[in-house]
Design a protein around this ligand. Structure first.
Ligand code: HEM
Length: 122
């Protein structure tokens, strides 16, 4: 069977990515204050979401229903600065993964427009 993008990244790397990403996010002065609920739950939700976002099994939707990510972010004020901070944490976390450079670039290419789509102020 043909390898999905998710297979190329590897399940274990999504787990690594989420851990490293939130270590950075929760220390980031611009966006850390937005995260007010259970930090372990948010990591688990993101692991499930990114698994399906990158073409793996629909773990997130199976539990939480349609992702509606923009709507789910509406309660949180996200401007250009916040999107940039999120992407910076993500890019740093992706760069620590033991995978090919091309896969890292492809991951960022998919995440950049998604992060910009979450902007809901200014
Ligand atoms: C653009 C900058 C972004 C900011 C500042 C941001 C911030 C947040 C915040 C504050 C929450 C809620 C946390 C809580 O419950 O305490 C959240 C939830 C979440 N975010 Fe983001 N986010 C951004 C972009 C993204 C992107 C691009 C994705 C996916 C690729 C994403 C995926 C998620 C997921 C899966 C959740 C959990 C939703 C749920 O409750 O089921 N976020 N985000």
């Amino acid at each position: 069977m043909e390898q999905t993008f998710f297979d190329k990244i590897g399940e274990e790397n999504i787990t690594l990515l989420v851990t490293r990403f939130y270590d950075l996010v929760f220390e980031d002065k611009t966006i850390a204050p937005l995260f007010k609920t259970d930090k372990e739950l948010i990591k688990e939700k993101q692991r499930m979401f990114l698994t399906q976002f990158f073409g793996g099994p629909s773990l997130y939707s199976d539990v939480y229903g349609h992702p509606k990510m923009r709507a789910r972010h509406m309660p949180h004020p996200i401007g250009g600065k916040e999107a940039e901070a999120w992407l910076s944490c993500m890019s740093q976390a992706i760069n620590t993964l033991p995978i090919e450079e091309k896969i890292k670039q492809d991951m960022m290419q998919r995440l950049i427009p998604t992060a910009m789509f979450m902007v809901n102020k200014e």
